[in-house]
Design a protein around this ligand. Structure first.
Ligand SMILES: Cc1cc2nc3c(=O)[nH]c(=O)nc-3n(C[C@H](O)[C@H](O)[C@H](O)COP(=O)(O)OP(=O)(O)OC[C@H]3O[C@@H](n4cnc5c(N)ncnc54)[C@H](O)[C@@H]3O)c2cc1C
Ligand code: SF4
Length: 477
């Protein structure tokens, strides 16, 4: 016992100077990095010409007051910049990291359009809010007064959480229900950590919880609690359940071991990063390490799968897409990132079937682009006799997502849905035809973007507040 204590003592003593040195080096690095980041943010912000025609602002779904917070950042007035930025965006540091800026604010920057390269708006937005977190300017919600009305929100993704934030700031009692064990929706379990660090999402969840929002996690509406009960319990209910049904293909060999869904692959990887037990990752089913990976699809989810596979140590990563590069739905920036990381894109290539069980390859048919279809996009056509087999140990299907059949799952045949299965709701308020029932985010729009879910959530919360205020006024009269 005595010798064990001595050993521990000696180890700690020996370790201390090295640890102190390492800590000091880390602190120095942090300081240098902080100075660099600060200089970079100021330099970029000062490039904004304050043009007076802020296309960046009109093309940001939240209409963020970008020119103002760029000016304040250039002047070193970061706290004010943060106040302006957070006034219109619930999660600026998240949008700064993962908005496809090339299609939104930055793509419409007049400096970009004059050929001089955009102001890096997203990076500045991230910098402002990360600084605010570091400086302790981001505080839990503290409503000026408590209200008695309650709102139940189904789904803790960005749409549900943005609504929760606005409602809680007005003093409403808010409960968010989610079937997962952590809040954040696709921010937590869909988007990979190399694009959006998970501690960034978790600190937001904590801030909302500390502000008085109640989270009922591991609670599936339709199983653990009925939709009817939610309507009885709350003055209003917001459906923010996202879209999770993976699109499938019908082809010979479907069902073979080694064919996996993108969402399962990405969720396993994210769970692993939280330190969760993930048997399907450990047994190799949802792990690309040492494997030849083929990803099928051309959207951003496919890009996340190829880039996650690279990070897991795949021996090769190929992406098959049936149209060409110019016609892919995913961000060009992401394709470029993936290519730089060694991913090979096989454009104009569609899966015809799968070889082996466990899978050993994908039968690929080569395509060409034909006449435009009803949507105006050139339809891919098969080139006869140009098939080949692409070898693979794991094939990840990233073919898009559809809504689950909520009216059937919740036994609510009167819940209004479109022919695509999304919920029919007014775009500016989220109101459905069912009294007191609202819907926001992907479950209304179909698979979309975080920034649009935030916009919907905020708009819907404002509409509910107006209704609650009107109700309270009538009751008082
Ligand atoms: C892999 C991937 C990468 C993406 N990358 C980006 C990106 O880089 N940038 C970007 O802007 N967008 C990206 N998106 C899209 C973006 O994540 C979504 O548009 C956004 O998360 C939608 O928000 P939401 O709140 O509507 O739904 P979600 O984020 O899907 O959240 C819905 C929540 O509802 C819960 N839920 C569902 N049904 C029930 C039920 N019956 N009971 C209780 N809870 C339920 C779910 O568990 C989930 O937590 C990506 C999507 C995917 C799949
Ligand atoms: S929210 Fe997105 S689109 Fe709007 S300014 Fe930020 S990064 Fe650009």
């Amino acid at each position: 016992m005595a010798s064990q204590q001595m050993l521990k003592f000696v180890t700690v003593e020996r370790g201390m100077p090295e640890k102190r040195e390492a800590d000091a080096r880390r602190e120095d690095f942090k300081e240098i990095y902080a100075e660099y980041a600060d200089a970079k943010a100021k330099e970029q912000s000062s490039r904004c010409s304050q043009c007076g025609v802020p296309y960046c602002q009109t093309h940001c779904p939240l209409h963020n007051n970008i020119p103002d917070w760029l000016r304040l950042t250039a002047e070193g007035r970061l706290r004010e910049a943060y106040e302006v930025s957070q006034a219109t965006n619930t999660f600026p540091e998240i949008c700064g990291r993962i908005c496809p800026q090339d299609r939104l604010c930055e793509g419409n920057c007049v400096i970009e359009q004059s050929g001089h390269g955009t102001v890096t708006i997203g990076a500045v937005e991230k910098y402002i809010t990360d600084t605010a977190w570091e400086e302790g300017w981001v505080l839990p919600i503290s409503p000026p007064r408590e209200r008695t009305e309650s709102v139940g929100i189904i789904g803790a993704g960005p749409g549900g959480l943005a609504a929760a934030d606005v409602l809680r700031r007005a003093g409403v009692q808010v409960t968010v229900y989610d079937r997962y064990d952590r809040a954040g929706g696709l921010l937590t379990y869909g988007i990979p950590g190399f694009k959006l660090e998970k501690d960034v999402v978790m600190r937001r969840n904590k801030q909302l919880e500390l502000g008085g929002i109640t989270f009922e996690l591991n609670c599936t509406v339709g199983e653990d609690v009925s939709f009817e009960d939610m309507r009885t319990k709350h003055d209003a209910v917001i459906i923010a359940t996202g879209v999770y049904k993976s699109r499938e293909i019908e082809a010979p060999g479907v069902g073979a071991q080694g064919l996996v869904r993108a969402i399962d692959f990405l969720t396993a990887s994210n769970r692993k990063s939280f330190g969760d037990a993930v048997p399907e990752f450990d047994d190799g089913t949802l792990n690309a390490e040492g494997k030849r990976v083929v990803v099928i699809g051309g959207g951003d989810t496919a890009m996340d799968c190829v880039r996650t596979s690279v990070r897991q140590g795949a021996t090769s990563v190929k992406c098959l897409y049936r149209r060409d590069r110019a016609n892919m739905p995913g961000s060009q920036r992401e394709v470029q990132n993936a290519e730089e990381e060694g991913v090979v894109f096989e454009w104009l290539s569609a899966p015809k079937g799968f070889v082996g069980d466990p899978v050993t390859g994908v039968m690929v048919q080569k395509m060409r682009l034909g006449a435009p279809d009803a949507t105006g996009r050139q339809a891919p056509e098969v080139i006869e006799g140009a098939d080949y087999v692409e070898e693979a140990d794991i094939v990840i299907m990233a073919l898009g997502f559809e809504p689950e059949d909520l009216p059937a799952l919740w036994d609510q045949p009167e819940l209004p849905v479109t022919r695509w299965g999304t919920i029919k709701a007014a775009f500016t308020t989220g109101e459905t035809d069912l009294d007191g029932v609202y819907a926001v985010g992907d479950i209304v729009r179909g698979a979309s973007l975080v920034v649009w879910a935030i916009r919907d959530g905020r708009d819907c919360a404002e509409a509910i507040l107006q209704k609650l205020d009107a109700g309270a006024q009538i009751a008082a009269e």
